[in-house]
Design a protein around this ligand. Structure first.
Ligand code: IPE
Ligand code: IPE
Ligand code: MG
Length: 229
């Protein structure tokens, strides 16, 4: 079983359109699939699930869609937080959290605080996350440490960078899944995915389920077995 699975939940908008619904209704269905995926990860004893829910590029979408996407975590956490607490799930958030609208920022900070001592499963929401933004943020922090003489240039190595990433306390993902048919990284975990197995499916995220998660894990495990034989 992989320890850390990272999922780019793509295809919500097309799922809605295909059914004559709005893109936002597709995102709502995506949130329900997200809850099912968290339950599946618990049942499979996966320890860390990173979910890409909003990228730094997604601000360029129409304002009404962005507004709905920012309200979704507030609604989702309002109704589900007690269930996550009861299931011993820790919620963490990677990305530029200070750049979120106030109600969204507050909802995620409360969720992180209330679940910080849980340890059955860590769910890491990549929210207002961009891999380039993350690396840029790390570079700025390290440069200011050098300027303050807290660090020397020769002392900087890969570990220094890893220690400053949003994912600093997490091992790298063993498995990356992208739903929705596109085969791009779309600025997700650019540093962390260097050795990760990549798996793609045409299924839109609202139709993602435990069977597909198991299929991804089995196919990637077969790749590993072939490498060894
Ligand atoms: C992914 O679904 C969710 C977010 C980016 C928030 P999309 O909204 O990208 O759906 P498609 O790819 O347009 O179908
Ligand atoms: C990636 O999907 C971002 C999330 C799933 C949150 P996008 O639909 O935004 O990415 P592109 O536009 O296909 O690269
Ligand atoms: Mg998309």
């Amino acid at each position: 079983m992989p320890t850390h699975v990272a999922i780019m939940m793509d295809g919500n908008g097309r799922w809605g359109k295909q059914r004559g619904m709005t893109r936002s209704q597709g995102h709502f269905a995506g949130a329900q699939a997200l809850e099912r995926t968290i339950d599946a990860a618990l049942e499979l004893n996966i320890k860390i699930l990173t979910l890409y829910v909003f990228s730094t590029e997604n601000w360029k979408r129409p304002k009404a869609e962005v507004d709905d996407l920012m309200k979704l975590p507030v609604k989702f956490l309002h109704t589900k937080l007690s269930k996550f607490i009861q299931k011993d799930i820790k919620l963490i958030f990677s990305g530029n959290i200070n750049g979120l609208p106030e109600p969204t920022r507050k909802a995620v900070e409360i969720a992180a605080e209330k679940t910080k001592n849980n340890d059955k499963l860590t769910v890491n929401f990549a929210l207002n996350y961009g891999g380039k933004n993350e690396i840029l943020t790390v570079a700025k922090t390290i440069i200011s440490e050098v300027c303050n003489s807290a660090m020397s240039v020769d002392g900087i190595n890969e570990e220094t960078i890893e220690k400053h990433l949003f994912t600093k306390n997490l091992p790298s993902p063993d498995l990356f899944i992208r739903t929705g048919g596109e085969k791009r990284l779309s600025n997700f975990l650019l540093w962390q995915l260097d050795k990760t197995e990549l798996w793609f499916t045409d299924v839109y995220f609202p139709d993602f389920n435990k069977q597909l998660l198991i299929k991804a894990i089995q196919e990637v495990n077969q790749r590993d077995a072939q490498k060894l034989s």
